[in-house]
Write a protein that binds this ligand. Structure first.
Ligand SMILES: Cc1cc2nc3c(=O)[nH]c(=O)nc-3n(C[C@H](O)[C@H](O)[C@H](O)COP(=O)(O)OP(=O)(O)OC[C@H]3O[C@@H](n4cnc5c(N)ncnc54)[C@H](O)[C@@H]3O)c2cc1C
Length: 377
């Protein structure tokens, strides 16, 4: 049953994924009366895929006293060139986690009575003093609305219709396999490494272990997570890949269980361009899924009393490993700017925007540079 919502709030956050929970936690710990509203009525389904751990996220989790993040680790980075078999190995310790683990940790830090599932927020009106928000046929007022509604943000669409959105010219196929379902030889091969493969097709793939079922991090209970970037020009082939089993053309991603047979055939027909262990890993994946790589640059992050955060603001390429860290950094910076503005929310939001726009732009540019380097044809 939906929880009662006060008629007036200081801050309402739209979206209860990583961005929304980062904002909710950071603002609550900074002393603000904040509530988080998530559109989905059910527990958010994990897409199960991996995320490289960055310090900004760990800092936020520590600052808000949330449960520690479940992580796995490696000490070696290994790159294999599929065409020649050449292997390069360097010592480079790295921690990894999953969306599911981050969500569990952030959710543990945020009180139930301030979290509302099954509540889609809409912006009804705003003035110099605050916003009027629609939720389930009711209206609530807030001093500030933080939109953390993700890559296809409706708030961004409405407030910043001139946002730059650009397809990068390649897609990321992704997959996760339970360690227990893999051949032991393959587990040994990939254990303790952040593995990369330059494919003969001009793309690249990578893999690493992440927490498994129940956030298990020990050997035997983990999952092996892979990502494979493949060039696909905009046009009919991309349309086929991004069309799900029910015939719906998706913009950003086709989730697990929704990939069409044609798209799956496209993927498996290309495993010969990978090194042999990577090819075996992809072939062992029961339910691969796909995401189109796009850059999103909004003209602003603050629109009066509304702020955009996480993927609702900038969308950066996965090579940066920065989406979750950016959401955390945006959130900590927002809490700091609002506190420094002594209840002048408009001023606080403007100060925050000036700093975070620069961060977002830099990350988008960095992702483009990394993509051009690693996806050279
Ligand atoms: C269920 C789920 C699983 C994911 N799994 C992975 C993964 O395994 N690996 C990975 O790299 N990335 C994953 N992502 C994406 C990742 O969370 C983001 O790229 C990044 O962390 C930034 O998150 P975000 O909160 O800004 O956006 P998102 O994670 O896209 O979250 C947006 C949230 O807003 C909610 N929402 C949308 N509109 C409204 C509204 N009007 N009112 C209230 N709520 C609204 C959505 O239901 C969603 O929960 C996942 C996202 C989701 C939603």
């Amino acid at each position: 049953m939906p929880r009662p919502v006060p008629e007036h709030l200081a801050v309402a956050v739209a979206g209860g994924s990583i961005g929304g929970l980062c904002a909710g936690n950071a603002l609550l710990r900074a002393g603000f009366d904040v509530h988080v509203f998530e559109r989905s009525a059910h527990r958010l389904p994990s897409r199960g895929a991996g995320i490289v751990v960055q310090p900004e996220l760990l800092d936020l989790i520590a600052a808000v006293d949330a449960e520690p993040l479940a992580t796995t680790g490696c000490s070696i980075r290994r790159t294999v060139v599929a065409a020649t078999g050449q292997v390069e190995t360097t010592r480079m310790p790295q921690r990894f986690t999953s969306w599911e683990a981050i969500h569990a940790s952030l959710r543990s830090g945020f009180p139930d009575d301030r979290h509302h599932s099954g509540c889609e927020l809409t912006l009804e009106a705003q003035s110099a003093d605050g916003v009027s928000i629609g939720v389930g046929g009711e209206r609530i007022d807030a001093d500030l609305l933080i939109a953390a509604d993700g890559i296809r943000s409706r708030f961004r669409e409405r407030l910043a219709p001139d946002t730059m959105t650009r397809y990068a010219g390649y897609v990321a196929w992704r997959g996760v396999v339970d360690e227990a379902a893999l051949e032991p030889e393959l587990v040994d091969h990939f254990d303790d490494t952040f593995s990369f493969c330059q494919t003969t097709g001009g793309g690249h793939a990578l893999c690493y272990f992440i927490p498994g079922s129940g956030l298990a991090t020990g050997r035997g209970g983990r999952r092996l997570n892979w990502v494979w970037y493949i060039h696909v020009d905009a046009g009919p082939v991309l349309d086929t890949l991004m069309t799900d089993r029910s015939g719906r053309r998706r913009d950003a991603s086709v989730p697990q269980g929704e990939i069409s047979d044609e798209a799956r055939d496209f993927l498996f027909a290309r495993t010969g361009t990978l090194s042999e262990p990577f090819a075996r890993l992809v072939q062992a994946t029961p339910d691969p899924f796909i995401q189109s790589i796009i850059d999103v640059v909004p003209p602003a992050m603050a629109f009066g009393r509304v702020g955009l955060i996480g993927d609702a603001a900038f969308v950066v390429r996965p090579h940066t490993a920065a989406a979750a860290a950016k959401a955390a950094a945006d959130s900590m910076a927002l809490a700091q700017a609002l506190r420094g503005a002594d209840d002048d929310f408009s001023r606080g939001l403007a100060v925050w925007e000036r700093r975070q726009m620069a961060v977002g732009r830099q990350l988008v540019d960095y992702g483009v540079m990394l993509g051009e380097r690693s996806q050279r044809r």
